[in-house]
Design a protein around this ligand. Sequence first.
Ligand SMILES: Nc1ncnc2c1ncn2[C@@H]1O[C@H](COP(=O)(O)OP(=O)(O)O)[C@@H](O)[C@H]1O
Ligand SMILES: CC(=O)N[C@@H](CCC(=O)OP(=O)(O)O)C(=O)O
Length: 302
Amino acid sequence: MSLSQKKAMKIAQVLTEALPYIQRFTNKTVVVKFGGNAMIDEELQNSFARDIVLMKLVGMNPIVVHGGGPQIGNLLDKLSIHSEFVDGMRVTDSATMDVVEMVLGGTVNKQIVSLINRNGGQAIGITGKDGHLINSKKLSVSRYNPAMKASEIIDIGHVGEVKSINTDVIDMLIDSNFIPVIAPIGVGEDGNSHNINADLVAGKLAEVVQAEKLMLLTNVAGLQDKEGEVLTGLSTEQVDGLIEDGTIYGGMLPKINCALDAVKAGVTSAHIIDGRVAHAVLLEIFTDTGVGTLITNSKVVS
Ligand SMILES: Nc1ncnc2c1ncn2[C@@H]1O[C@H](COP(=O)(O)OP(=O)(O)O)[C@@H](O)[C@H]1O
Ligand SMILES: CC(=O)N[C@@H](CCC(=O)OP(=O)(O)O)C(=O)O
């Protein structure tokens, strides 16, 4: 067999492998959280945008929710505004909230929209304030205070959690064949903005639209143990144990919690995938080889 025949055969194999997945996922909604390294590396950004466009072209309904923590951090640094995190959530005072809204609702959201559109898609970027998409309330965080030997509530400012999601605007966009790109900013009862962790928004949205998949792109290979090995075959109870003993901390906390909540609420599967791998989304959906940690209602497997 000549080299070009071998190449043609390989392409045919890949397409054949993809066929059952394309059939299975046609008309299904997939919520993809774009974050981590995939968001700052130009080549990975492009491969992500092409994956999303391809999903749409083969009849799926992708909804993109994006983060932007590093980009917020960069602008805060430039403005000499100190920032810190509690349990993976950025403590957000009024000045920080202005920066969050500027970066997420402005720069980052429009960059992703433009990237998808340049690659042949039709994306529309909105925040949770548009069309009352994300109604939020102030997030209450409690911490154990060893000195007081009791838990206490800590105020982390304008940080929100999702109270309800009104999908009218999303339905309208999908019905008109657009790809929604959502910045994780919620609107409180008083009309004020809330900074919401993007994983939490993606998870809740997946629940409300009863997505087939929730995909969380990040900058690690998946859920790992203390030695860095990707964990496999865990029950949801074991995950709770890993949170208690500190194996899961920081930014992985909202990710794993929202993935577990989503599958418990009817999303078929949630995936924490390695955004450092080009075409990670495509590989996860259309091939037999996944690239991260799979979470279903009863099991966490890689
Ligand atoms: N058990 C764990 N397995 C993998 N990563 C973990 C774990 N516990 C904490 N982390 C941290 O969570 C980070 C991913 O969260 P985050 O930085 O918020 O990602 P993203 O920007 O993609 O939302 C990892 O880079 C790692 O530092
Ligand atoms: C409350 C809170 O922490 N909000 C996040 C929102 C952006 C985000 O979630 O970005 P990543 O997904 O890139 O981490 C923040 O301010 O960084």
